[in-house]
Design a binder for this molecule. Structure first.
Ligand SMILES: Cc1ncc(COP(=O)(O)O)c(C=O)c1O
Length: 367
């Protein structure tokens, strides 16, 4: 990063190109375009696929607002489909039932870092002529049937927000095998200009450019990319630690009445962005919110991913969904708790958290 600052080339330059090339190679895609957030990348993917007014995009209710907001930014309609009760990912059967003549794309989210059932989703997309744009904010490092996430759908977007597998402070990357889509995303990421900054300001560049589309300012800076290059080099190490800690949590908590540990499907490698337990309300004398408060009282901070999209007042109003529309996500949400999981934790922290969770469950178990 210091080298980048001293070079004088602070944005959209050689470090960005290097980071793109490294990540492209890592996931095994044909193209990679760095952007300044996953949100920006998702927005660009939709725009590059010409998804707009009157179009429908099917996605999950168990996601962060950004997934749905980008669809609305394009004046398209987010159509929610319920999740599976085992891995909390989109249920392909529910997706197929929501397809209408207006459906243009499926936007799966690899919840917590576990890849969705991509064979089924890609098959539905192929049969109905839809694009598949993956929100892989949680899933850098994950694999599906041996293939890295990032090489599966029409476009995949990763996040480098500080809590993610690797970070650039803020940042994201779109990967694709579709050359035209990559070209369009790159164009739209820098105001729709015909040449990017590197071409214009490099020694052989020209001052001339043309605006070919009303684009955005979504490019990554070289300072961010410099951080990303070094973070990516440590991804395997970070992933191994996350995996070890996830295993440790499961070792301590599996089989405990009143609590369910995550189900990991056989055909995937989980990226373990999140370790999400599910409390069984029928066996405990306290609800999830109170459980979280009790853990906080023991000095342990947890979170909930996510409040279902249709519970938020804005989406309820504009999308017209009600409570009861998505029974699986609604039941699952009542018990979700994300435990602390990050590479800088110590093994002793993991054990302490696991013991506190176990003690709280045991103290609050009925019968
Ligand atoms: C599922 C999901 N999608 C998208 C995003 C947005 O990522 P970014 O902050 O890089 O825009 C997040 C952020 O946490 C997320 O959890």
């Amino acid at each position: 990063m210091v080298d980048t600052l001293r070079s004088g080339w602070l944005t959209a330059g050689p470090k960005v190109r290097r980071f793109e090339e490294s990540l492209r190679e890592y996931v095994g895609s044909q193209h990679a375009v760095a952007v300044n957030s996953c949100t920006a990348g998702l927005h660009l993917a939709l725009a590059a696929c010409d998804i707009g007014e009157g179009d429908e995009v099917i996605t999950t209710p168990l996601t962060f607002a950004a997934t749905v907001n980008v669809i609305l930014h394009q004046r398209a309609r987010p159509v929610l489909a319920d999740i599976r009760p085992d891995d909390y990912n989109l249920d392909p059967e529910q997706v197929e039932r929501r397809i209408t003549p207006r459906t243009r794309a499926i936007l799966p989210v690899h919840f917590g870092g576990q890849p969705c059932r991509m064979d089924e989703l890609l098959d539905i997309a192929r049969r109905h002529g839809l694009r598949v744009i993956e929100d892989a904010a949680h899933a850098l490092g994950a694999r599906y049937r041996g293939r890295p996430v990032g090489s599966l759908g029409d476009a995949t977007v990763f996040s480098f927000y500080p809590t993610k597998s690797i970070t650039t402070g803020q940042g994201g990357m779109l990967t694709t095998d579709d050359e035209e889509l990559a070209r369009r995303v790159r164009l739209l990421s820098l105001h729709g200009l015909s040449h990017d900054a590197w071409d214009r300001y490099a020694a052989q560049g020209s001052w001339q450019y043309q605006v070919l589309a009303p684009g955005f300012n979504y490019v990554m800076s070289d300072v961010q990319a410099a951080m990303g290059i070094h973070q990516l080099a440590r991804l395997e190490e970070f992933q191994a630690t996350r995996q070890r800690y996830a295993r440790e949590y499961t070792c301590h908590l599996a089989g405990l009445p009143g609590l369910m540990t995550p189900t990991v499907r056989d055909e995937v490698v989980h990226a373990w962005h999140l370790y999400v337990i599910r409390l069984d309300g029928s066996q405990l004398s306290v609800g999830r919110d109170r459980f979280i408060e009790e853990l906080r009282g023991r000095g342990i901070g947890t979170s909930v991913h996510f409040i279902p999209i249709h519970y938020h007042p804005y989406y309820a109003q504009v999308l017209g969904y009600c409570r009861g529309d998505f029974p699986v996500v609604e039941a699952v949400y009542e018990g979700l708790v994300s435990l602390p999981l990050y590479p800088r934790m110590q093994e002793s922290d993991v054990v302490r958290v696991a013991h506190a969770v176990r003690d709280t469950v045991c103290a609050r178990r009925m019968g």
